[in-house]
Design a protein around this ligand. Structure first.
Ligand SMILES: [Zn+2]
Ligand SMILES: [Zn+2]
Length: 298
């Protein structure tokens, strides 16, 4: 079984929800029969991520992530073996410095192995090329006695491109996450600033679940992916703005009913529960619920 739990479902600037980061858990069987999943991955970890994760682990199903002793009830990051980063906006990477530092100095894995635990850092090649110098180096670039590099904190795993495709990586046993480019920020043109989404696949059944990442409305590229997927998680902007970096609710409403019916919306603003958005639960699969475990593949 593969499950996805949003730490938060809000936009970059939401105050009533945490930012849209997720916890992916792979299970040989299911949460009903296992206390701890076989593989655990964070899908982005923004500036509200640490606080959101702290809230999540107060729930009994996620208590296995609680740290002991020196963690003072914080999550034991060492249990999370992988982090995938879609792109470098702070609502997706703002918590990565903390993730790196606490893994190195305070995770159970580091204590037990008496060497620093290095979680896998997974990203498309061009995100990986930028994440150290553009984002992490300021806080992580030095430690007592010496300069530090990304390899002091992470097992760096860029996703390698295969022909025209962005490549893929394994999650748990029997599931594949395929990376695709999203039309998010444009410096000059489509896809010229690195940003990605994921298609989760069940190797056994061939079913797929689409996680849009941050993207503008991009029906030409996305339509075949929408049609193939059994479930779609799509980011949304609740107000229309010229040059917006996310698909607006009006744009998503132009999609056919069979696609909207399997589309759950996330990355929304603080006004999602205004009665004027009541139509979302009728016209779409609804707004994503924070901190609810969604089953991607049974
Ligand atoms: Zn975002
Ligand atoms: Zn973004």
């Amino acid at each position: 079984m593969l499950t996805l739990t949003f730490l938060g479902t809000g936009s970059a600037f939401a105050r009533r929800n945490f930012q849209s980061n997720a916890l992916i858990e792979a299970w040989a069987d299911s949460p009903a029969s296992q206390a701890v999943p076989d593989d655990i991955m964070l899908l982005d970890f923004g500036s509200t991520g640490p606080r959101a994760l702290f809230q999540l682990i107060q729930k009994q199903e996620f208590a296995y992530l609680q740290g002991q002793g020196r963690n003072h009830g914080r999550a034991d990051y060492g249990r999370i073996k992988k982090l995938f980063v879609t792109h470098l906006h702070a609502d997706h990477v703002g918590g990565v410095e903390e993730f790196a530092v606490l893994n190195r100095y305070a995770s159970s894995e580091s204590r037990e192995a008496s060497r620093a635990f290095q979680p896998a850092l997974i990203a498309a090649q061009d995100v990986m090329e930028r994440i150290w110098t553009n984002t992490l180096c300021g806080g992580l670039g030095a430690m007592n006695g010496r300069a530090a590099t990304i390899d002091d904190y992470f097992d760096v795993q860029p996703v390698s491109r295969v022909d025209d495709a962005c490549g893929s990586f394994e999650v748990g046993r029997g599931y594949t996450a395929s990376v695709f480019a999203t039309d998010h920020v444009r410096i000059k043109e489509k896809y010229d600033w690195p940003s990605y989404g994921l298609i989760f696949g069940d190797d056994r059944t061939g079913e797929t679940v689409l996680f849009s990442g941050d993207t503008r409305f991009d029906p030409q590229e996305m339509r075949p992916r929408f049609e193939n997927a059994t479930t779609i998680f799509h980011d949304v902007l609740l107000e229309s703005q010229e040059g917006a970096l996310h698909a607006s609710i009006e744009q998503l409403q132009t999609l056919p009913q069979d696609i909207r019916g399997k589309m759950t919306l996330y990355h929304y603003g603080d006004n999602w529960d205004d009665p004027s958005f009541d139509f979302v639960s009728r016209e779409f699969a609804g707004f994503a619920e924070p901190q609810r475990r969604y089953t991607l593949f049974a």
